[in-house]
Design a protein around this ligand. Structure first.
Ligand SMILES: [Zn+2]
Length: 315
């Protein structure tokens, strides 16, 4: 990391991924912190310990910026605000506070979509049983709502780039001085981030791919991701991620060559391994995200018969 930028791989309560990256940017009068980990008094202590090892205390943090509204990145934000640290998120985050705090609201639309894709009752029951994780903390309205462009409350030239896809309110932060892009989970070194579906009309995979192009066009040298190691060949990594999704879309088109299928059937063909309920949900959402992209590209269409969607290839 260049001078004046510190990196803390903060521990998470689970093993994949086992850490979230907290970054600290040095200013004349303190530090800007990017992301903060999950909620919990023990995680507050852990973060404090890591900071102290760098000679930093909570009083030195002048601003906390969250890259996106996932609990491993901003769960601890409310506790940090009790130290008078102002907390900033992208401006559309206020539309999603209720979903963050109450996961029965978060998955309401998905349950409806799942029924239309003829998923098993057990899958719907699993979705209905999801409750807000303990590590989420409670999210109140942020102190600062960010727009694209320069972060106003600090001297440093840190630029907000809106990069939705993995989350609808995700941002990347471009630091002009060091030419680092802090990418949150939008760009990761080894895995491609999971892409969800919001509702029938959402197309987060398209937004994700557009966001990749947006970051690709920045004059950056390295990417500092939300998990894992620094990415020193950003353009190549972006290319790989685009290719990954292109291949996945091609496979779906292949499945539909000979027969019309429901979203659930496509998901099972795309991810044929035995999955636990979490990964089954992620696989299903990712499949729908692809179908929504293909539909917007007029390569597939959705026909609803007796309440069940069948996806058909457009020739
Ligand atoms: Zn994450």
């Amino acid at each position: 990391m260049p001078n004046g930028v510190h990196h803390i791989p903060l521990e998470l309560p689970w093993s994949t991924p086992g850490n979230v990256n907290v970054y600290l940017l040095e200013e004349n009068d303190g530090y800007v912190m990017i992301d903060c980990g999950v909620d919990g008094s023990e995680y507050l202590k852990l973060l404090e310990m890591h900071l102290n090892q760098l000679g930093i205390t909570f009083n030195d943090i002048k601003l906390l910026v969250g890259t996106h509204m996932h609990i491993d990145h901003i769960g601890l934000s409310q506790r940090l605000r009790e130290f008078d640290i102002p907390f900033a998120l992208y401006k559309n985050s206020i539309d999603y506070l209720d979903e963050y705090n109450d996961w029965s609201i978060r998955f309401k639309d998905l349950i409806r979509m799942a029924k239309n894709e003829y998923t098993p009752v057990s899958f719907i029951d699993d979705l209905k049983s999801i409750s807000t994780p303990l590590y989420a903390g409670r999210l109140e309205k942020p102190d600062i709502l960010l727009s694209e462009g320069r972060v106003k409350s600090i001297k440093r030239n840190l630029n907000v780039v809106f990069t939705p896809g993995h989350d609808y309110s995700e941002i990347s932060l471009y630091d002009e001085k060091t030419k680092i892009v802090f990418s949150g989970d939008h760009i990761l070194p080894r895995i491609t981030p999971f892409i969800p579906v919001q509702n029938e009309n959402s197309n987060l995979l398209k937004e994700f791919l557009d966001s990749l192009d947006k970051v690709d066009h920045l004059d950056h040298e390295i990417i500092a991701p939300g998990h894992g190691n620094i990415i020193s060949n950003p353009h190549k990594r972006i290319e790989q991620m685009k290719l990954h999704h292109q291949r996945r879309s091609e496979r779906i088109l292949g499945f539909l060559k000979n027969e019309d299928l429901t979203g659930w059937e496509i998901s099972n063909k795309l991810f044929p391994r035995d999955l636990d309920s979490l990964n089954l949900r992620l696989a299903f959402q990712e499949t729908l995200a692809h179908l929504h992209l293909l539909k917007s590209q007029r390569r597939v269409e959705k026909n609803n018969k007796n309440g069940v969607n069948k996806w058909t290839l457009i020739n």
